[in-house]
Write a protein that binds this ligand. Structure first.
Ligand code: LLP
Length: 425
């Protein structure tokens, strides 16, 4: 639950705002973001990684207001598309603090990134190196580039979000020599300034070991590049992927421990080889916005399937949070609009979409007196829920409100049916 959440008379309060007031003022479903929680996590990163760069991974959740918070707190930004870049530029975010990612950036996206003067472009294929070289020459630019390296680390997470084994679409393999070949190709293009290497091993990982192995392998590649080309690359971007707690008993990663461990490893490899210690960047997404967000729903029906469980249907579902359906994710749900002394009943929290896989929480215990009109909150939905939302069954995407100091304000408007019909001929 968000850092500022408390219970008053049985009702949940976040950022000093009672969730019943949120539901009344903004409707449900509603994404609620605890501004103080998110900003404090931005600051925690800035402190733990002092002397390094922290680039928030916008894919977790991006909107203009988040970009303003990043600017206030002095963080950078990782964008993965022209659209994400547009959000950042629309509020005047300094382009030099932006890193551009993607395994298939279009000519238009690369051109825009070059024209804007983004700080770094992380290249992901030989095709892209050639494409970027051509565009840079045309625009008379010399972008700073990094090579995304597939380090071969086995990440203990869902297959769809593990990215460091060779048999997936991202990066250039360390083991096959593709990463070294990419370095050669970039160094042969004077219009590209190779400044470093990048690795992202996967997401929702709570064990620091994998990150450390990846950091050691990247640092070793820096040494190899020095030996082969007599070039010293000044930067390493170690990606993101740090896990948060979704249900009771889940571990979360200790950021301070992570920062110290990564620094120590990279320093040792480089100092032993007589190389200067490179500047590090990390790209956390989920750990910054995940826990500060909750989704508020209203219960519509409570159906007991005898002998099995109770199905509690709420007014949203897989269109506002697809993670359970997509990754088998676990979430915590609770009755938040009142106190209840009733027995806990084995429940499944489901949405209103036309398929049985439309499950938000597979197994949870909700009070037996739960009834239509009650409010349910699902915790830790700040990351990868709104950003992965769809309009399945023509459900409008819910609004996002930020809460702080007893005040709620809309930072992303909810869609209307008119929004959904616009553009249809
Ligand atoms: N950097 C790069 C290059 C990435 O690809 C990602 C995530 C991040 C940083 C941030 O990772 P984080 O710290 O948020 O784990 N939709 C999935 C997660 C996909 C992550 C994709 N890349 C989910 O809902 O679990």
């Amino acid at each position: 639950w968000p850092r500022t959440s408390t219970r008053t008379d049985g009702a949940l309060t976040v950022g000093g705002v009672d969730v019943r007031d949120l539901a009344r003022d903004h409707g449900t479903p509603l994404y609620v973001l605890d501004e103080d929680d998110v900003r404090s996590r931005m600051r925690d990163y800035a402190t733990a990684f002092a002397g390094s760069d922290v680039h928030y991974a916008g894919k977790a959740f991006l909107c203009k207001e988040i970009v303003r918070w990043l600017q206030d707190e002095g963080l950078g930004l990782d964008v993965a598309s022209g659209g994400e870049l547009a959000v950042a530029l629309s509020v005047g975010f300094p382009p030099e603090r932006i890193t551009m990612h993607g395994n298939n950036k279009s000519v238009a996206e690369l051109s825009r990134a070059l024209a804007a003067g983004v700080g770094h472009i992380v290249v992901d294929s030989y095709d892209e190196i050639a494409r970027l070289g051509y565009l840079a020459e045309q625009q008379g630019k010399r972008p700073k580039v990094m090579v995304r390296v597939t380090t071969g680390v086995e990440a203990h997470t869902h297959e769809f979000i593990a990215t460091a084994h060779d048999d997936q679409k991202f990066g250039l393999s360390l083991s096959t020599g593709a990463a070294a070949e990419a370095v050669r190709r970039i160094l042969a293009l004077p219009q590209l300034e190779l400044v470093g290497l990048h690795s992202h091993i996967g997401s929702q990982i709570v064990d620091t070991a994998g990150f450390e192995v990846a950091a050691r392998r990247l640092a070793a590649l820096l040494v190899q590049i020095k030996d082969e080309h007599d070039v010293v690359l000044p930067e390493l971007d170690l990606g993101g992927g740090y896990g948060i707690a979704y249900v009771e008993g889940d571990e979360a990663l200790d950021i301070k421990e992570l920062a110290d461990g990564l620094r120590e490893i990279v320093t040792k490899v480089c100092v032993d080889a007589g190389l200067p210690v490179p500047r590090l960047t990390v790209e956390p997404g989920r750990t910054i916005v995940g826990t500060g967000g909750i989704t508020l729903y209203e219960v519509g029906t409570v159906k007991d399937v005898e002998g099995l469980r109770t199905y509690v249907s709420i007014d949203g579902g897989m269109s506002d949070n697809v993670r359970t359906a997509l990754y088998g994710a676990d979430y915590t749900a609770a009755l938040v609009s009142r106190e209840s002394q009733a027995e806990p009943m084995l429940s499944r929290l489901v949405g209103k979409h036309c398929e049985s896989g439309d499950i938000l929480v597979r197994d949870c215990h909700l009070p037996a007196d739960l009834a239509p009109g009650d409010l349910i909150a699902v915790a830790s939905t700040g990351a990868y829920c709104r950003s992965l939302a769809s309009n399945y069954n023509y459900l409008p995407k819910p609004a996002v409100v930020a809460v702080s100091g007893g005040v709620s304000r809309v930072i992303v408007q909810g869609e209307t049916e008119d929004d959904l019909l616009r553009g249809q001929l």
